[in-house]
Design a protein around this ligand. Sequence first.
Ligand code: LLH
Ligand code: MG
Length: 391
Amino acid sequence: MYRLLPMIKIESVRAVEFTHPTRRSVDAAGHSHPGPLGTGRQALLTIRSADGVEGHCFAPPQVVRPHVLNQFVRRVLVGGDALQRERLWADLEHWQRGSAGQLTDRAMGAVDAALHDLIGRTLGVPVWQLLGGYRDRIPAYGSTMCGDELEGGLSSPEEYADFALQLVEKGYKAIKLHTWMPPVRFAPDPGMDIKACTAVRKAVGPDIALMLDGYHEYSRTDALRIGRALEELDFTWYEEMMNEQSTSSYVWLAQQLHIPLLGPETLSGKHYARAEWVKAGASDILRAGVNGCGGIGPTMKVAHLAESFGMYCEIHGNGAPNLAVCGAIRNSRWYERGLLHPFLDYDEVPAHLNAIIDPMDSEGMVALPTGPGLGEQINFDYIARHTEATY
Ligand code: LLH
Ligand code: MG
């Protein structure tokens, strides 16, 4: 004798675009840095059920723009059953092929996360429990912003070392450096990356786990030079140091180094591309994040793929959907907390939230949220007062 869960019938999909104050500015290569107080823009995607329950996900407005919602997302979702999210995802993927590149993995990721939130909120349970409930807390690593030319910021190896000490003081037991990339004038520079990593290791001692996420377009030989230095410095992993579209370059590097290579992070192709990386021996630790990999569903598939091959899968990026995956799987060692910078307070609650999703304790641990769905505490009043468009 069994009972099916009652259908969670999807009634509507909508997005609101709102503004919020921010001190982050984005450089010509898309990396964020501290900046003057300015105005940021986000969209809140909302999927509403016939019972009046709503699931949400934040996304860049261009990702969930009207064309995407009208042509693909509403056609697939409205009238459907949120509990069939695997089927809905497959139907979206079907539309993706003929969408002329308009239905992106990122759009699918936002829709899939909002669907998970809707299911969790309807059932009154956290998504990380629904997905696997492996743990209720996870160690965080402090993930720095990319290097800059701001005095007192991240403009020299010494400043990375000072900042790393501050992070250890806060409780972090692991730190990842993002080093200098263009448009920083002196970047890329393998020698500077090695100096920064050396200074940080010297400052924090042998017991803090360290990782490097450097310039993403190094040549094989520059990447090898840095990798050999990281081995001397006992780094835990080495991430996205070359263009990830060149699988052969990663295979080449993996064959020369014993430090674990981690990836792919930005490569398109969702779980399919990651399976190819495992087969090719292009990385030792797999990588996927909800935003870039097409959602919570495919990210879980990547994690389970990695587990089946005895590999870790480290989840890319912070935020509620990624944290939910971290709580559900066993083969991720850390949650990526950041991006961090000496001039910015990561713990400051953004105007559109009532609390951050990932407060960290003095032992460097982040607790999984206990609220239903993705557990995001959204400030709907603020968003309503700062909405500029609804679609
Ligand atoms: O500056 C950035 O946005 C980072 O490079 C970003 O891609 C970051 O999320 C990352 O690589 N984390 O591992
Ligand atoms: Mg990265």
